[in-house]
Design a binder for this molecule. Structure first.
Ligand code: HEC
Length: 103
């Protein structure tokens, strides 16, 4: 009897482990998706917050530029007096380059 129950036990253990492993992968995937999603949202939020102060954001929305061009535009805005941290600058450039690329 001892033999059978030990086999059963290890089988249950393995199944439990597989289940936990699967669950963990799903949770990890969800966490990563949530982080990358919120990073993208943040670029948009920062853009709307920081780039609509002196002129409307429509000025930028109507443009289509490469990342390099967006970079020089955003840096010029900082020269114009925009108060944007280095970190936020990168997020805004990434957002604009992705969502308003030159066609
Ligand atoms: C401190 C005020 C200020 C802020 C904040 C500001 N801008 Fe500007 N923006 C200006 C001024 C002044 C001009 C016109 C002179 C120029 O083009 O540099 C302008 C012009 C522009 C233009 C038109 C350029 C062209 O070639 O016609 C775009 C696009 C633009 N801004 C995008 C942005 C973006 C993107 C942000 C956020 C990162 C931003 N602006 C934030 C002052 C600002």
């Amino acid at each position: 009897m001892g033999e059978t129950s030990r086999v059963q036990q290890s089988d249950t253990l393995r199944r439990t482990r597989n289940f936990c492993c699967g669950l963990f992968s799903v949770l990890l995937f969800l966490a990563i998706s949530a982080v990358s999603l919120s990073a993208a949202d943040e670029g948009e939020r920062l853009f709307e917050q920081k780039c609509g102060k002196c002129h409307g954001i429509g000025k930028s929305r109507s443009k289509a530029m490469t990342e390099k061009e967006w970079r020089s535009t955003v840096l010029r805005m900082i020269g114009n007096g925009a108060d944007i941290s280095r970190d936020d600058t990168e997020k805004i450039i990434a957002y604009l380059a992705k969502n308003h690329p030159r066609k």
